[in-house]
Design a protein around this ligand. Structure first.
Ligand SMILES: *Cc1c(COP(=O)(O)O)cnc(C)c1O
Length: 482
């Protein structure tokens, strides 16, 4: 029991003193220590129970402490915890690679393992770059040092592909990344559907457009992409995007047909398509992979988060055989992909990822999602009627709820009021852990959540939103985290 631990009283102080938390203003941080989990619930060191409304940052799939997942790790532990995948392999990782090639859309056959999503997108960008470098060198017979043409990347406004320098170069959430712009390469950014040009450049979360006008904006995005490809297509290595939902950008849901149309454009202009399914892969949108919904298979696919059911850090960059073939040759050709991560392909992570895929099958997880998705839809429709709720968006088992100062005009709250943050902190008092994106409250529970647990989660969110927008929450200002 934690109370018997002599360190217990120190932990809150040590958390503030020693731990630098991600995306957190540490001067204002108030600790909450989660000690254990069970299914969709998490318990803090005081024994309080919370429903895990953010799936522990969008990665938990089957709930916490699933006996089968726990057992998969302990079984692997009886063999080996870690060996390197630099020129060496192990049976568990090999099996996972084979399974991934099997379940991902056709054409994706090769798996490059790393340890987190940002690394998976970095690898994707470098693979795309080197692919063109080597294929053009071959075609035009130029010397290895001569620069080639296809060196540019295209991404969407409000895109999020991770926090490392390459990933923020193609990212579009300026409020996170603008100060690092001198250190990054500039991708060509095209405003995505569901946002205005001013919103994508200021990144301050201004009013969004509604669903009826969204199609025009999707058409505008496609038109801009087509122009860009026509004029500069032979300089562009790849387009990278999150299919169906731009998650960290504010749960921006693309209209049906958009992904398919982007895919057709990239094919027409011979530009590689990198799909970042780190947030939406593994069932989040209702199908195993989001791109299946539009019958799209990318040239490169990035996976992370739900890959290990949210248990251990692991990510993967998958490619077609056509890309892989451009890296083949003899040692002296120098065509290998000189890139790697110490823990890439870690056997413990691979073991739990394999078991998670088995659970998808044996527990018929995907078949159970439509009912949960409909339930979420009904709840969100109810919350949408609240006086300070503006736009709401949903795709599969993820929803975004915008808090606004004025429902009719969609006018946002002043950002200093941190209404989204306050609402999510208030939800803790009602037994739910939620995470905001600006003034958007995000609902992204483990996929295993039952309809009654989902009801409990949304009730907590609704109560917190009402309290917050009616000025009834009293959260000490010191505990406001950005
Ligand atoms: C979370 C996320 C990443 C980054 O993954 P990390 O494991 O946090 O590095 C990249 N792309 C998308 C779409 C994500 O949601």
């Amino acid at each position: 029991m934690s109370e018997n631990n002599p360190d217990f009283n120190n932990l809150h102080a040590w958390d503030k003193d020693f731990v630098w938390h991600a995306f957190t203003q540490m001067a204002e941080y108030e600790p909450l220590l989660i000690e254990r989990g069970e299914g969709v619930y998490l318990f803090d060191t005081d024994g309080n129970r919370y429903i895990d409304g953010s799936a522990s940052m969008w990665c938990n799939v089957h709930g916490h402490r699933h006996p089968r997942l726990d057992a998969a790790i302990t079984t692997q532990l009886t063999k080996v915890a870690h060996t390197t995948n630099l020129g060496l392999s192990n049976p568990t990782t090999v099996r996972l690679a084979q399974r991934l090639a099997d379940i991902t859309p056709s054409g994706l056959e090769k798996v490059f393992f790393s340890s987190d999503g940002s690394s998976a997108t970095e690898a994707a960008l470098k693979i795309a770059f080197q692919y063109w470098h080597q294929s053009e060198r071959e075609e035009r017979n130029v010397s290895p040092n001569q620069t080639t043409h296809r060196t540019k990347f295209v991404s969407l406004g409000e895109a999020y592909h991770g926090d490392t320098l390459g990933a923020i170069g193609v990212g579009g959430v300026d409020r996170f990344t603008s100060i690092f712009s001198p250190l990054t390469f500039e991708a060509i950014r095209v405003p995505g559907p569901g946002m205005t040009a001013s919103m994508s450049s200021s990144g301050d979360g201004g009013p969004r457009i509604d669903a009826s006008s969204q199609r025009t904006t999707a058409a505008a995005t496609l038109h801009e992409l087509e122009n860009l490809f026509e004029n500069q297509g032979n300089e562009i290595a790849a387009l990278i995007m999150e299919p169906l939902v731009q998650a960290a950008g504010g749960i921006l849901v693309h209209p049906p047909g958009f992904l398919r149309a982007v895919r057709e454009l990239t094919q027409r202009f011979n530009i590689l398509l990198i799909l970042d399914e780190i947030a939406v892969g593994f069932g989040r949108t209702g199908t195993m992979f989001a791109c299946e919904k539009e019958d799209v298979s990318p040239d490169i696919l990035c996976l992370g988060k739900g890959l290990t059911a949210g248990y251990l850090p692991m990510a993967a960059t998958m490619t077609t055989a056509a890309i892989w073939n451009q890296f083949l040759g003899s040692h002296k050709d120098g065509r290998a992909f000189y890139h790697g991560h110490t823990f890439g392909g870690n056997p413990l992570a691979a073991a739990v990822a394999l078991e998670s895929l088995k659970l998808f099958d044996e527990e018929n997880l995907l078949e159970q999602l439509p009912e949960r998705i409909q339930e979420l839809h009904d709840h969100v429709a109810r919350i949408a009627k609240l006086p300070h709720v503006g736009d709401t968006r949903q795709c599969g088992l993820v929803a975004g709820i915008d808090l606004v100062a004025n429902k009719d005009s969609g006018c946002p709250y002043p950002w200093e009021k941190k209404m989204g943050t306050v609402a999510c902190l208030a939800a803790r008092q009602h037994g739910a852990l939620l995470r905001q994106l600006g003034d958007t409250v995000v609902i992204m529970p483990p996929l295993s959540i039952s309809t009654s647990e989902l009801g409990e989660l949304i009730d907590a969110a609704e109560t917190a939103i009402v309290e917050t927008t009616e000025g009834a929450v009293n959260i000490p200002i010191g505990s406001l985290q950005s």
